[in-house]
Design a binder for this molecule. Structure first.
Ligand code: F6P
Length: 420
């Protein structure tokens, strides 16, 4: 009987809860036992040790009477936390309020009911610093073995998936070390000789190679479109120009697709840097042309990672000044920020994680010590399995190619078939 845990890691994205739901339900149907890990890899490191437990005496202002009455109400605990302030400021919550108690929690069918419609990630996420160390991973392995877990589903971006692969590669050594330290029995060591891992890509950026779409990207795009629709009406009323900065790290997918969806006048993306000496003229000519044919509003989209041909960042504020000074347009900047990342998942971010969650469990059930760790992707509308490290490597090479100004190479690595 496979004992499987699922965690979400890195920046949250819509659809992560649908992943957890699909993985848990599929695994139960297939006869596995299921756990969730709270707070990403940080939860694996913290585990369920006594030191994490507390008495539910909550600090003023964070008190939850229902929690006091029902300390084991799992879903309530997830939503509202168990209310203690972490004193050590580790992980991604320096001094902030986070969950304490059990981090690796056994879950059943009802615990994940309705989760496909919830934004963010209910089980929490973090960018764990401790898991990046071998000691942290040794503790994580120990915590998993104590629970009997032998398979891990990780939903996150390329950094989180790299962490998963490192963990799997190191696993036999970690088990040997735990055995030598007398922390696990011979029986536990032989039962846990190998770790099964599968990755799903949760990221609003759609920046992973070897897959067409990452979980959360469609919802973020939808949020951006809604925001631009809102801006359009006020821009039209005042005949104004708006410069919108959208997220995406080094990837221009959100900016480009939002521009296409909303009829933007000009778009800046990292993959196609404009000529540093000419883009101001080109942009002004284009926008002036649009104005000359009667357009009352102007929308310029700047991807967060936009750069020019000299690799200098293009900032929304600078673009605004160009439009105001050279075209005399009444211009405003709107940075959409984290509104892009939150909120209810759109239908695609329920369907994709559900199909991929099912595939993830199947990949784990078929996994042997000789098969690679897979990343579950989607290619031309079909759910795929690709070797996780190949996809991560290619994603890193794209970033490198952009840094080296080799844009055709970057594009061909990101989407080889498209470039053919
Ligand atoms: O990777 C997702 C993402 O939202 C990027 O688009 C953005 O650059 C980054 O995360 C923001 O991170 P944080 O939420 O830590 O500010």
């Amino acid at each position: 009987k496979m004992k499987l845990a699922v965690l979400t890691s890195g920046g949250d994205s819509a659809g992560m809860n649908a992943v957890v739901r699909a993985v848990v339900k599929t695994a139960i149907i297939k006869g596995c036992e299921t756990w969730i890990v709270r707070e990403g890899y940080e939860g694996l490191v913290r585990g369920n040790s006594e030191g994490n437990r507390h008495t539910y005496s909550l600090e003023k202002g964070t008190s939850s009477p229902r929690l006091k009455e029902h300390p084991d109400d799992f879903v309530h605990n997830l939503r509202y936390g168990d209310g203690e302030l972490l004193k050590d400021g580790t992980g991604d919550h320096p001094g902030g309020r986070t969950l304490r108690g059990r981090y690796i929690v056994r879950v059943g069918w009802d615990d994940v009911r309705g989760w496909f419609a919830e934004g963010g990630t209910l089980i929490g996420t973090a960018r764990s610093t401790t898991f990046r160390t071998r000691d942290g991973r040794l503790t994580a392995a120990h915590n998993m073995i104590k629970e009997g877990i032998d398979a891990l589903v990780v939903c996150g971006g390329d950094g989180s998936l790299t962490g998963a692969d490192v963990f799997r590669a190191e696993w036999p050594g970690l088990v040997t070390e735990l055995r030598q330290q007398g922390k696990i029995t011979e029986d536990q060591a032989s039962k846990h000789a190998h770790l099964k891992i599968v990755g799903l890509v949760g990221s609003i950026d759609n920046d992973m190679s070897m897959t067409d779409l990452t979980i959360g990207a469609p919802t973020a795009l939808h949020r951006i479109c809604e925001a631009i629709d809102n801006i359009n009406s006020t821009a039209f009323s005042h005949s104004r120009a708006f410069v919108l900065e959208v997220m995406g790290r080094h990837c221009g997918w959100l900016a480009l697709m939002a521009g296409v969806s909303c009829g933007a006048d000009f778009i800046f993306i990292p993959e196609s840097p404009p000529d540093a000496d000419r883009w101001e003229d080109e942009m002004c000519q284009m926008i002036q042309k649009h104005r000359d044919v009667g357009k009352r509003k102007t929308i310029v989209i700047v991807a967060e990672g936009a750069i020019d041909s000299k690799l200098q960042p293009i900032h929304a504020e600078f673009v605004k000044n160009v439009l105001s000074e050279r075209l005399g347009l009444d211009t405003r900047v709107t940075t959409l920020g984290h509104t892009q990342r939150g909120g209810k998942p759109c239908a695609m971010d329920r369907i994709l994680p559900t199909l991929q969650g099912v595939e993830a469990v199947e990949a784990l059930l078929e996994s042997t010590p000789d098969t690679p760790s897979y990343m579950i992707g989607v290619r031309e509308n079909k759910i795929t399995r690709v070797p996780l490290m190949e996809a991560v490597k290619m994603t890193r090479e794209v970033a490198q190619a952009i840094a080296e100004k080799d844009f055709p190479k970057a594009m061909s690595l990101r989407d080889p078939e498209f470039c053919e």
